[in-house]
Design a protein around this ligand. Structure first.
Ligand SMILES: NC(=O)c1ccc[n+]([C@@H]2O[C@H](COP(=O)([O-])OP(=O)(O)OC[C@H]3O[C@@H](n4cnc5c(N)ncnc54)[C@H](O)[C@@H]3O)[C@@H](O)[C@H]2O)c1
Length: 427
């Protein structure tokens, strides 16, 4: 017989803090924390709980509403100029940075500087100088610095990579990816911070990482153009849509080119809602992926396609009634955050203090999410942003050479013989 009078086990707790509590918090971080507070088990670590302890946001309004809805007592709701500092001072173990992309660097820097593990939403940062600073700081402080690219955990993309790794698909020659967001994203959701931004940095970056992580290789050049006039003035710095091209070279010396088209001005009633398509052509095959052809198409009178989606992605972040009666929310968008928490737990709780450095090195070597493995993606983002900024200033059609004749990142503009150096070191 089991002794049921035994004292309940008190589990170790990892405490997390959020910077930004917007759309992506609602979709992935909130369901992660709400499940993880009940406990996670890992064979190498044992059982532990993860708690959301506080947040740093612009106004504090959404954090307040979230706390009230969940009845969270003692939650630290920080806003104002020193919000991130106040959150860090409250004694968290890890920081999740999910503020607008041009605010990632400073929050992540403060977190790492304070000796906390940090995870940043994609795109991690907007320049290689920023990336260098964060990776060096993380090393010096002995913490993990990671980035979220949930598409790498999409079962379809895992299958693609498996076929490439196993040599079933050989040498990628070229491909295209498109991701189209509805107008409500640029017009309402992001209206507060959209000026000067572009949909390439926001979503093409998912495919930059997919291509970089899946096919490897060396990034050689980046070019980009785009359109304006809907989200902002036609001669302004805010972009409706972008078309980005990357050229890679592989160990064999052969090249591949990839085109990535993105927009955030697609009509809201477009049945794809968020429409995603990829095609990669290999020496011996073709991979086609289409978000609307995953198999489900739902119509509900007066509710689809706005309130309910017509083509639902049940793999990313779905709410379900499980066959055993429980309600759940799960998918790869949530799993990717849990992976990070497991990595932190492995470092902090996974064995003797004397071996922490080995555990840290093991987790930092996971190049699907470590910041140190994000160099070519950040290089492409920085190149794209610089080309678009020049375009908006009246100098379109630039091209950036990566580790070429002039050095790390060199922006060549038509009619000018000398490049503008965006990054001097090797990418
Ligand atoms: N993984 C994905 O697929 C995915 C999807 C959407 C967004 N994102 C990323 O998540 C981040 C946030 O996007 P979102 O959709 O949640 O945006 P959002 O506009 O819905 O929310 C932004 C949040 O950041 C806060 N904020 C703004 N400025 C701040 C500052 N200076 N300091 C602290 N907080 C600040 C706001 O208060 C708000 O809570 C972006 O980097 C975006 O690229 C990722």
């Amino acid at each position: 017989m089991t002794d049921t009078s035994a004292t309940p086990v008190v589990l170790p707790v990892l405490r997390g803090g959020m910077v930004g509590m917007g759309m992506i918090f609602d979709e992935t971080y909130a369901p992660f924390f709400e499940t993880a507070e009940e406990g996670i088990y890992d064979a190498a670590v044992g059982a532990y709980r993860v708690e959301l302890t506080g947040a740093a946001t612009r106004t504090g309004d959404r954090a307040k509403a979230y706390c009230e809805r969940r009845g969270l007592a003692g939650f630290g709701n920080h806003s104002g100029d020193n919000a991130v500092g106040d959150l860090l001072a409250s004694g968290i173990d890890f920081l999740c940075v999910a503020s607008p992309d041009d605010k990632h660097f400073e929050a992540a820097r403060l977190g790492i500087e304070a000796g906390r593990h940090v995870i940043i939403e994609k795109p991690s940062v907007l320049s290689l100088d920023e990336l260098d600073e964060l990776t060096a700081l993380a090393k010096a402080k002995g913490v993990l610095a990671k980035v979220v690219y949930h598409k790498l955990l999409d079962p379809d993309h895992k299958k693609l990579r498996t076929l490439v790794e196993d040599g079933v698909l050989s040498h990628v020659n070229n491909g295209y990816c498109t991701l189209l967001e509805p107008k409500s994203i640029s017009g309402q959701q992001f209206a507060a911070w959209i000026t000067g931004r572009n949909p390439g940095t926001y979503v093409a970056v998912h495919y930059l990482k997919l291509i970089d992580f899946t096919f490897g290789g060396r990034l050689k050049s980046v070019s980009c153009t785009g359109q304006r006039g809907l989200v902002g003035p036609q001669d302004g710095p805010t972009w409706d849509s972008t078309q980005l091209r990357l050229v890679y070279e592989y160990e064999s010396g052969r090249e591949a080119a990839f085109d990535i088209h993105t927009s955030w001005v697609t009509p809201d009633n477009f049945p794809g809602y968020v429409e995603q398509e990829v095609q990669f052509r290999f020496d011996n095959g073709v991979w086609n992926g289409h978000s609307r052809k995953r198999g489900v198409e739902l119509t509900v009178e007066d509710r689809t396609p706005n309130e309910l989606k017509t083509t639902i992605n049940n793999h990313y972040n779905g709410t379900f009634l499980e066959p055993w009666g429980e309600r759940s929310r799960r998918g790869y968008g949530i799993e990717v955050i849990e992976r990070f928490a497991r990595e932190v737990a492995y470092v902090e709780l996974g064995g003797a203090a004397g071996q922490r450095a080995d555990r840290l090195a093991e987790m930092a070597s996971r190049n699907y999410n470590d910041l140190s493995a994000d160099r070519q993606v950040v290089a492409a983002v920085q190149a794209m942003e610089s080309i678009l900024a020049r375009h908006a200033a009246g100098e379109p059609n630039g091209i950036v050479e990566v580790n070429g004749r002039a050095g790390g990142l060199a922006l060549y503009l038509p009619g000018k013989s000398e490049p503008e150096m965006l990054y001097q070191g090797t990418v």
